[in-house]
Design a protein around this ligand. Sequence first.
Ligand SMILES: [Zn+2]
Length: 373
Amino acid sequence: MFESHHARIDRRDQGGYGPDSERFFTNASSITGERMPELFHAVYGRGLVQELPAIAHRPYLVVTMEDLWSTFEPLLSKGRGDVHIVETLQRSRLDSIADELPPHASVIGLGGGRALDVAKYLVWRRPVPLFLVPTSTSVNAAFGQRAAVREEGLIRYVGWSVPEAVYVDFDVIRAAPADLNRSGVGDIFCYHTAHWDWAMANERGLTEPRWPYRREQVDEARTVLDRVLAAVDEIHAVSDEGIRTLMEAHRWGGAAFNNAGWNPRPIEGAEHFVFYSLEEVTGKAFIHGQAVCLGILLMSALQENDPEGIRKAIDRVGVGYRPEDMGVTWDDVARALRQLPEYVQRAGLWYTVASDRPITEKFIDYTREWLSS
Ligand SMILES: [Zn+2]
């Protein structure tokens, strides 16, 4: 049933739900034009961390991870106050930490998702100027207002912290494992499946009343997606251009949920539900983009939405989406798929292909073989 798809991305080949290519291309420059929504101030370059002591209000608090601190400590000595090494995302613990911190005039958050989330949370609790330095391109945490924290075992996105600037240092990013950097495409490539879901729900009259289908939101996200699709080799190489392209996409995506009126539909769909379900059945922690890429492949196949084309893009970036790349088995994936419609209902998630098309044993067998090849 999937063999008829060409191994390329073709916007007209999306089961009738994709935006037409002509309209897309006339809007291609809009992302840098007047339609640009509010995004965080991002600075790209080299040697950026060593400049922070000259600009951060003193004494500044550094929030980072244990394994990064030895590298950055010598660069952040002048004017520094305390250092908080992140050990927990537990909200109740972070509240006590916020209360107990010695006085500080600004916060520097330095690290991947967790360090940046904790920096944002602490600044929300005790507002001071914030400077963020992402150390990989794996997630968009540097570019979203809310912080991911853990409450009663669940991740919740809370708070409101906008940094003075986000400093993206090419050499700092390149020091992170290449796999981690490449996995960042997952949160952009997911627009491919998310847009099909939204258009399908719209056609069925099943969109949520507060999230009616908006073509211009889809077009804007599509522009961002296409820029990343055009840079897959640079992103694979973790070149300056690849880092900049992926981070600019995260910069749009990080603020998009808020900019769309807290509507997740332009940026997220059933592919994320697969990831949540897989997390639930295995109880394991995943590299977000790897599990999301597996979800994109499975759900684009269920949608019959050019699964070969998006797979080719993921393969060129080099994201490890096979279960063995993530320390799980195909049986785990099969269990996550079998419970998917029920999981979506239980979690109160929106109407997507996961609710619209049954996941049969035949489909599970087919995708197992397809993704093993
Ligand atoms: Zn995501």
